[in-house]
Design a protein around this ligand. Structure first.
Ligand code: PHE
Length: 358
């Protein structure tokens, strides 16, 4: 069964590449979610990713208590390597056309493979885009806010496990040193955490040296002897095969889609490992963008909303503990409650067709 309200697949007029926008739910408000430019073995794999990621965005908004819905855009890139600048512009204009055609039901933002300058280009065609550079009136790079929000989530878990929200002396393994991962590693290092880091790009070693962190090859990090594992790269690192290898007490990080399948959350629970859903941990970027660009709150209030992820995680851990459930289940129930609360009474049509007022 298709659980999504709308899925649009276009072969880009200029680029010839598949552009896919998945709108999972607009029950709480119009949909938002980043634009991912990535390589997949087949366009259908990209579609599967868009479907999963957009559903996670619905949960992200619902748990964060924000009036937005879940969406995502995926463009499946050919071969390996980077796009040359012209081709990239063509792709972005193709994406912008599809977003414009949705008339405000969905707005995009940065994600894996895209940043503020790409959003600026999309903004030349359609206003439904977050995180354009500040000089163009956007809120700019969302990754520092995602990193801060992730740190807030880590504090809640640190308090639960060790009785202190401080990261000082805590042993953390950060997997992935992209914009969010490197930013988070810097915040953690500044607070005196004992860091082990890795990235598929060996250039990450430079960041490790700069931060005084231990470097570990990517295939060794899951089994690192640490307090908390922090996935901050691409998804599906937690599988039936990898969970038995873990030596940490918690897995808390901003990478999307960390679980290969939902039942892996139960495996982690049975091993006594706390797992906080990635959509809760990584909400900082979208919370800041929506708060500043739509709700027009000042930087301080937006930041406070991002830091409130700590309270959200606290409450989820509490509920999970009290009811003997996984935090994943507690988050799902909270999201469903909010989504149900928003839906119209039985018999009347679902609240579809909401658009962003940008
Ligand atoms: N890629 C991030 C997310 O999916 C950030 C984002 C910010 C997305 C603003 C959309 C809008 O949460």
């Amino acid at each position: 069964m298709l659980h999504h309200e709308q899925v649009v697949i276009h072969t880009g007029e200029r680029s010839g590449l598949p552009v896919m926008v998945a709108i999972h739910s607009t029950a709480l408000g119009p949909a938002a979610g980043g634009l991912r430019l990535w390589h997949y073995p087949d366009w259908r794999d990209g579609l599967a990713d868009a479907l999963r990621l957009s559903a996670a965005m619905t949960a992200k908004f619902a748990v964060a208590g924000l009036p937005g819905g879940g969406g995502k855009t995926v463009v499946v890139l050919p071969g390996r390597g980077e796009l040359d600048p012209r081709r990239r512009r063509d792709v972005l204009r193709d994406v912008a056309d599809v977003i414009a055609s949705l008339g405000g039901r969905y707005a995009t933002g940065p994600d894996v493979g895209t940043g503020p300058d790409d959003m600026a280009l999309i903004g030349e065609t359609t206003p439904y885009v977050f995180c354009r550079p500040a000089r163009l009136g956007g809120s700019g790079d969302s990754s520092p806010h995602t990193a801060r929000g992730s740190l807030a989530a880590l504090r809640a878990v640190g308090r639960r496990l060790y009785g202190t929200a401080s990261m000082k002396g805590l042993r953390l393994a950060v997997m992935g040193l992209g914009r969010v991962g490197a930013g988070l590693a810097r915040l953690l290092a500044a607070e005196g955490a004992a860091l082990t880091v890795t990235d598929i790009d060996p250039a990450g070693r430079g960041i490790a040296d700069e931060l005084g962190a231990l470097w570990c090859p990517p295939d060794g990090i899951l089994a690192a002897d640490v307090d908390i594992l922090v996935p901050a790269a691409l998804g599906s690192v937690l599988t039936k095969q990898t969970v038995p290898e873990l030596r940490c007490r918690a897995v808390v990080g901003p990478a999307n889609n960390q679980l290969a399948s939902p039942d892996v959350a139960d495996l982690l629970h049975h091993r006594g490992i706390v797992w906080v859903p990635d959509h809760v941990v990584s909400a900082g970027g979208v919370i800041n963008a929506v708060s500043t660009e739509l709700h027009r709150v000042g930087a301080d209030r937006a930041q406070a909303r991002v830091l409130a992820i700590e309270t959200t995680v606290d409450e989820l851990l509490d509920t999970a503990h009290r009811h003997g459930r996984t935090p994943a289940r507690a988050a799902e129930e909270l999201a469903l409650r909010r989504l149900r609360g928003a839906s119209a009474p039985a018999g009347s049509p679902a609240p579809r067709g909401r658009t962003w007022e940008i």
